[in-house]
Design a protein around this ligand. Sequence first.
Ligand code: GTR
Length: 420
Amino acid sequence: MLRYLSVLPLLASSMMGADEPVIYDEAKVPSYTLPDPLRFENGEPVKTSADWPKRRAELLGLFEAHVYGKTPVGRPAGMHFEPRKKIDSFLGGKATLEEIRIHFREGDDGPFVDVLLIKPAKPAVGGAPAFVGVNFTGNHGVHPSTEITLSTAWMRESNEPEKKGQVIDHRSTEASRGNQASRWPLAMIVDAGCALATFYYGDIDPDFDDGFENGIHALFGKPGPAEWGSIGAWAWGASRVMDYLETDPAIDSKKVAVMGHSRLGKTALWAGAQDERFAMVISNNSGCGGAALSRRRFGERVGRINTSFPHWFADTFHQYNENEAALPVDQHQLIALIAPRLVYVASAVEDEWADPRGEFLSAVHAGPVYELLGKKGLGVKEMPELNAAVGESIRYHIRSGKHDVTDYDWEQYLKAIAGL
Ligand code: GTR
């Protein structure tokens, strides 16, 4: 595992703290000072909206260098779209179904991502608003229909990380059709006039620590210590799906939201921070390395996530294991990178591992950037009641229940996208 040699001493020292008890008590949250999104690294203040692009570029560079790693390429030469299926009547006639393969180099033997595109049968003039949704279990997991092609890609059986060196290959079976359907209410989405373009994250990079031998990294070469890990790769995949949507006249590409849950919520935030074509960004229960403030150390911590999932972030992020205060950024600044576009941060009350309060506070502390750019942020400083969404260009809710995506979450996302 060559890529880790450079950080081995850091890893060894940081692992010592990995067994510390998890903080689930607000009284045990350490006091901390957040880095100011509206102050340049040289200490100068960001005074007007005209200063923001420069500060934005600076912050983006810091997140690349210290957290997610730099994405080495945009749209690769030779990338092309292969329409593979079109069904004019899906969901009882209210929708159409398309499958498009995006090949990442000339020919058809290179890496690709399969996109499942569900559109309202009668999209609005000017095109339907759309969600780019990253899925965990293959496109066939979003709905039980046998019309959807069964993924033949590497598949994890559960969300538990494999033990070091252990790679279990679970290919999908017919029984797995619709296994995440409750998270993807297709009828509700098209009834609201919206489209869903979903892709399986494992097409871009299978989610295990293999030293970046497979997936998209294989095409572009082994990443250096400050280059993209898996989250960077998945986020890049969302942008390639956006490339496709821009070619479809039935989609309003000015109203596209990127959406993901949990590790894919982290992915959605990083995709939206980098790619300003996304008009809206949805973090569903994204937690540590997503919306939650790292400095609070509540629930999952930087050291823990880097130990469980060494491939998700850049190697450089590992130097902050048990040392969050040294991070040059915190996650409210990631939210700020989405300004002035709409960002939706959603928590679940039983999802303490993801630190709902830390997710809320990130949304609060991104507010000054939105205000500088003439937008209204959350409008509140205290956490709202359960199931009571707040905010305008920054929105937030904490719903009852556990770590999941529910109809309540989607109802809020559909209301938000309708306002774009
Ligand atoms: C957990 C991880 C979280 C979250 C979650 C998921 O094991 O600690 O950060 O990403 O997985 O993606 O389901």
